[in-house]
Design a protein around this ligand. Structure first.
Ligand code: ASP
Length: 339
């Protein structure tokens, strides 16, 4: 009898663990990313860094770790890489500075944290996480956010750490063309117009862990030539980042002013919660209908509690990838690549 019970117990625990799905998705920004303008070396560099970030997060999930830890692990790989517009390699403001934004949210209790306009925090996503876990607030900005990060023992670095020549050259080019400016001709005046070949290089990650918890995170240097301490959607919960275990986790990249006005990340969740749309239907509608009608360029990554992944974008490309516990995996860049 004892043996039968033991076998039954073993069978139950094996089948329970077999059901535990987990998955991760990442992005490294959307925009006018054309194969014709990419060298094979550059493309390979992006693909292998995306894979490294994805695997860093996936490893956390595979070992039974929490979704938020996976999100931070994946994002930190991209923050540390000069390829992406986050951490090292962040774009320059009009004044030639790097001002970074980041946010994180976990879907179980709707906890969230964010930092905006920080200039010395080596890993802005880790500061966002500290705000979520170690402060009574959701969003800290500027010098106060840096003071908080330093009190929490996070690494602060000299501003020169973030410098990447390619980003500096982009600022110079844009300043010359004066192409990111207030568009006074537009009917909806006070909107930035961005050059046609703009690339949004923000990074983000969404994850589902073995306990069924969802998390999302986003980290960025914002938009080249931004002024007046402009802050985009990335550190705004509900715009650039959102997670709710009932629905999905979302991280966005694109023209932040539109993403804030469309409340993009929360909108995807709300369409699922209130209208019963699937993850794919909800995210496609927001990116390819709502944003397109408003004129907002960009894309997002989203994951639901079943481990389904959706990665819609309305630009030429989006650096992206996903990996699931059922073995499905993909790294992609261009719009021509199948999902
Ligand atoms: N969404 C970011 C911002 O507007 C830019 C990006 O995605 O690259 O600040």
């Amino acid at each position: 009898m004892k043996k039968v019970l033991l076998l039954l117990f073993l069978f139950c625990s094996i089948s329970a663990s077999a059901q535990k799905k987990y998955a991760i998705a990442i992005h490294g920004g959307a925009g006018t990313i054309l194969k014709s303008r990419m060298t094979p070396e550059m493309e390979e560099a992006y693909r292998s860094k995306l894979a490294e970030a994805m695997n860093a997060g996936y490893g956390v999930l595979e070992a039974g770790g929490e979704a938020k830890d996976a999100v931070v692990a994946a994002i930190q790989v991209m923050e540390d890489s000069p390829l992406f517009n986050a951490g090292k390699g962040a774009v320059f403001t009009h004044e030639g500075r790097n001002e970074m934004d980041a946010s994180i949210m976990e879907g179980k209790l709707l906890n969230a944290g964010a930092v905006a306009g920080v200039r010395h925090i080596k890993s802005p996503i880790s500061a966002a996480r500290a705000v979520m876990e170690d402060s009574p607030h959701v969003l800290l900005a500027g010098a106060g956010a840096e003071e908080f990060a330093s009190e929490k023992g996070l690494e602060l670095v000299d501003t020169s750490y973030f410098f990447v020549q390619r980003r500096w050259d982009s600022l110079k080019r844009i300043l010359k063309k004066d192409s990111v400016q207030l568009d006074h001709d537009s009917k909806s005046s006070m909107l930035y117009s961005v050059p046609e070949d703009y690339k949004f290089g923000t990074v983000g990650c969404v994850a589902l862990d073995q306990n069924g918890n969802l998390a999302a995170g986003t980290s960025t240097g914002g938009m080249t030539n931004k002024r007046w301490n402009r802050i985009g959607d990335s550190p705004i919960i509900g715009a650039g980042t959102y997670a709710n275990n009932k629905t999905c986790a979302v991280s966005c990249t694109g023209h932040g002013e539109y993403f804030i006005r469309a409340a993009v990340a929360h909108d995807v969740s709300a369409l699922m919660e209130y209208k019963g749309l699937s993850l794919k239907e909800a995210s496609e509608w927001v990116v390819n209908k709502k944003l397109v009608e408003m004129g907002g360029d960009g894309g997002l990554i989203a994951i639901d509690a079943e481990g389904n992944v959706s990665q819609p974008f309305n630009t030429k490309g989006m650096y992206r990838g996903y990996k699931k516990s059922d073995g499905a995996m993909k790294i992609a860049i261009y719009d021509s690549e199948e999902e």
